[in-house]
Ligand binder design. Structure first.
Ligand code: IMP
Length: 198
């Protein structure tokens, strides 16, 4: 089967490819720019799940193929879950600017608890009920950015059980425990199960 992944982010595409590698005889992944045109989708959902469904629906309608999409972000407890669905746009500028702005907001806060969350939505066809897979990783926000790997908030997030930020741990280590890896793994297990039933 051809499976559309509504993403052009090479990091995410590699991660999903790796996780569904066992199914590579049955599934061929089509991505934006590689068989799938880019469609503008307004991420107007109230949460990660709604946004993932909006993306998956839009791509399933246009391609007519089974489609998967994801939406992720960082929730900081002391900020009542912000920046959440607005993680990539709540503050103008670069990832580094947003990290600095987030640290500024937390200067007088002793509670540094936060979590990354990913929602994955899968639609066998555009009219089907979406299947949702959630992954999360808890941790805390540092006082200063540390490390250079990864992207986004990686330099200011230390996952529970570790002393290093995601940006210091590096991609191989991060991808074993990340919110996205967990959500993709649940999706891969679901797909494998569907194939076993056939
Ligand atoms: P997306 O929905 O996966 O594109 O993520 C939206 C935004 O959340 C990104 O632009 C980042 O700011 C943040 N984000 C999501 N996942 C991660 C991650 O693994 N590390 C750091 N930041 C992330």
């Amino acid at each position: 089967m051809e499976l559309v992944f509504a993403s052009s982010n090479q990091g995410k595409i590699n991660e999903l490819r790796q996780i569904i590698a066992d199914l590579s005889d049955s599934i061929s992944l089509l991505t934006i720019g590689d068989g799938v045109p880019e469609i503008p989708v307004k991420e107007s959902g109230a949460d990660f799940t709604e946004n993932a469904i909006l993306k998956a629906k839009a791509y399933a309608r246009v391609t007519g193929k089974p489609t998967v999409a994801d939406d992720s972000g960082l929730e900081v407890l002391a900020l009542n879950g912000a920046p959440g669905v607005n993680s990539n746009r709540w503050y103008p500028g670069s990832d580094g600017d947003r990290n600095r702005a987030l640290l500024d907001k937390l200067t007088d806060k002793s509670d540094r608890m936060a979590q990354f969350v990913t929602a994955v939505a899968y639609l066998p066809d555009s009219e089907a009920e979406p299947q949702i897979f959630i992954g999360s990783v808890s941790g805390k926000i540092t006082d200063e950015p540390r490390g250079s790997a990864g992207f986004g908030y990686d330099p200011i997030f230390i996952p529970d059980g570790y002393a290093k930020t995601f940006a210091e741990l590096g991609l191989a280590e991060k991808n074993k425990i990340s919110h996205r890896a967990k959500a993709f793994k649940k999706f891969a297990d679901y797909l494998a199960n569907q194939y076993e039933k056939q």
